[in-house]
Write a protein that binds this ligand. Structure first.
Ligand SMILES: Cc1ncc(COP(=O)(O)O)c(C=O)c1O
Length: 385
């Protein structure tokens, strides 16, 4: 096992708290200070000419994630967030024909659901598969719903509430058999479990940077399989989606031949600087090593939680559990507030409980300390009103 402790000095917050909230906002690497200074320096000294450096960063920054998820060059761009990306991708589809079915589950991140559900008025037939227990999503249930009328399957690789890892490969295979495409939201996967877009043969992949990639907000990213890029024409577009943005022509848009067609307007440049330090660290540590370490720590969290008699709203089988363990008990929401006050940083979500997400920079002692603190809080007598 590599020495993960050496990375701790790169994350200032680790000296001030037990930080286990990578499901929400990973620890900031100290290298971000320098990155943002570089952004400000360039702006201050080069002014408008700085765009020469900034525009190519839309792809070069995304290529850094490409290295992590095995995406070929030219298949990824940075964007704002997953919500906007869903909107851009939805605008590529026509729901007026017989093939108008959209299949996902009731455990999806709500932003995906809001966007697709809103297209029912345009003819989308949205079918929501129900999880039997609020934790797992048996693959057969998804496969059964994906048929010849299915247009799109917009699903998460890792479910945000329970950290269940979906069998994305089987779902993608089935979608392709019937002529549908899959948009994989890999936000809760990239940086904590190995993701390989070519092995998955996924059509589109979206995600963001603030969780397991230790990046800043506004660092959304899109992957599109190379052969599909010319086939899709997003109605939600902008001058950066044009083949020749600086022609400023007023004819209907002529789409950029490459991945930039999905771009829309000007990039959020500071966000591009804010993500790079985290990506570099994740690349160096390596996701395979991260996954191994994460499995050790989450197994211990599950073990302690079960010993304490907590409800574990996360798969007990490590093979289908990603980086988070959700634990629940009466008063868990209040306990979560108190944990944060005591500098044990986690979060609480309804129907999940307290989400505990150790990352490679956490230690075994921190895992024990977190669970000891939960044990103390749980034992606390309820205050009388
Ligand atoms: C699976 C998943 N998708 C999307 C998001 C967030 O979407 P956005 O980038 O639009 O804020 C989250 C955030 O928690 C998430 O867990």
């Amino acid at each position: 096992m590599p020495d993960f402790r050496k990375w701790r000095k790169e994350f200032p917050i680790l000296s001030k708290s037990v930080y286990m909230i990578s499901n929400s906002l990973g620890a900031m690497p100290r290298g971000v200070y320098g990155e943002l200074e570089e952004f400000a320096d360039l702006w201050a000294t080069k002014g408008v000419v700085a765009w020469e450096d900034w525009v190519p960063m839309v792809q070069s920054t995304a290529d850094m994630i490409g290295d992590i998820i095995n995406a070929p060059k030219g298949t990824m761009i940075m964007h704002q967030n997953v919500s906007v990306l869903q909107h851009v991708l939805i605008s590529c589809f026509d729901f007026r024909g017989k093939r108008n079915k959209v299949v996902y589950s009731d455990l999806e991140f709500p932003t995906v659901h809001y966007n697709w559900k809103a297209r029912e008025k345009d003819g989308a037939n949205v079918v929501i598969v129900e999880s039997p227990d609020g934790v797992h999503l048996p693959t057969e249930l998804m496969l059964r719903e994906i048929d010849e009328t299915t247009l799109v399957v917009p699903i998460s690789y890792v479910l945000f509430r329970s950290a269940f890892i979906q069998d994305a490969k089987a779902i993608i295979r089935r979608a392709h058999e019937v002529g549908a495409v899959v948009i994989l939201d890999a936000y809760q996967a990239v940086g904590t479990i190995p993701v390989d877009v070519q092995d998955l043969d996924v059509d589109f992949l979206v995600g963001g940077s603030v969780k397991w990639l230790c990046g800043g907000p506004g660092g959304g990213y899109l992957y599109c399989r190379k052969d599909l890029i010319p086939k899709y024409e997003p109605k939600s577009c902008g001058w950066f989606s044009h083949a020749k943005p600086f022609d400023f022509d007023m004819d209907p848009i002529r789409y950029h031949p490459g991945i930039m067609r999905f771009m829309g307007g000007s990039p959020g440049v500071p966000a591009l600087y804010s993500v790079r330090a985290g990506y570099r660290i994740i690349q160096k540590v390596g996701v395979k090593a991260i996954r191994k370490r994460s499995m050790q720590m989450t197994a211990r969290v599950v073990e302690r939680a079960l010993e304490m008699g907590l409800v574990v709203n996360t798969p007990c089988d490590p093979a289908v559990r990603a980086g988070t363990v959700s634990v629940d008990f009466p008063g868990a929401e209040r306990a979560c507030d108190e944990l944060i006050r005591r500098k044990f940083i986690v979060d609480y979500r309804p129907r999940a409980g307290i989400r505990i997400s150790p990352h490679f920079y956490n230690t075994d002692d921190e895992v024990e300390a977190m669970m000891d603190e939960i044990a103390k809080l749980r034992a606390r007598p309820r205050r009388r009103k």
